[in-house]
Write a protein that binds this ligand. Structure first.
Ligand code: DX5
Ligand code: ZN
Length: 220
């Protein structure tokens, strides 16, 4: 299996997003970080931005909602055409109900956990999800240091998917670079969000290739 690379436009130039998408054409997905300044202490953009990106992006949009009350807001992102919509376990009221709703609209359903949130309660819900996002930094900002302390969660998830035979993508987000991606891949991740390491690189396409190669030998 090859690693999926999902560059996060959080570190891109917001005034030139269409052009920025053109710099990452070899990526598998585009990671779109929606922040509401309540769930996290930072503010980005909302559904209209996702609709606009959807019109110009040839890559699938991987929407990561760092917002309160996803039960209310997440379906709109699926309706906007997002390929996947991931909400936070800490913010949702009815995780299974919301995941079913997202799938019904036609999006992949994802659940995310912050570094301090245990994964055990969600293992039995894996059949309800298409992807799980393990945050490897505190959500809110790009450019933070990868937290290796989160890796046991990936091992548990990988064991659970292997045992059940479920095809649930295991995603990591935060501090992913050519130095850390192998650690996450070895622990069980197969989908890698990378913001600053891709968009701050001189050549984003070269950096994507570098990340793919560094993950490649470890991905299960
Ligand atoms: C952080 C966001 C990430 C962010 C990662 O809360 O969810 O997607 O863009 O940025 P880097 O790769 O720079 O850590
Ligand atoms: Zn993210």
């Amino acid at each position: 299996m090859t690693a999926r690379i999902s560059p996060s436009i959080l570190t891109a130039d917001f005034a030139n997003l269409e052009r920025e998408l053109g710099r990452i054409a070899s990526a598998d997905l585009v990671h779109v970080d929606v922040m509401d300044n309540h769930f996290v202490p930072n503010l980005t953009f909302g559904q209209r931005m996702v609709e606009s990106l959807q019109r110009v992006s040839s890559l699938p949009l991987d929407v990561h909602l760092m917002i309160d009350d996803p039960d209310r807001w997440a379906p709109g992102y699926a309706e906007a055409g997002a390929f996947s919509v991931t909400f936070h376990a800490e913010a949702v009221t009815d995780a299974v109900g919301l995941a079913r709703r997202l799938r019904q609209i036609g999006a992949r359903a994802g659940i995310a956990v912050k570094p301090g949130t245990p994964i055990e309660p969600y293992l039995e819900l894996l059949p309800e999800f298409d992807q799980v996002l393990v945050m490897t930094v505190e959500p809110g900002f790009g450019g933070q240091k990868f937290m290796e302390s989160t890796m046991p969660k990936l091992r548990l998830l990988r064991e659970a998917t292997a045992r059940s035979g479920l095809d649930v993508w295991l995603q990591v987000d935060g501090g992913i670079s050519e130095k850390t991606i192998g650690i996450a891949a070895e622990a069980g991740a197969d989908t890698f969000v990378a913001g600053s390491s891709v968009f701050n690189a001189g050549g984003p396409e070269e950096q994507i290739a570098l990340l793919r190669a560094a993950a490649g030998s470890h991905v299960h």
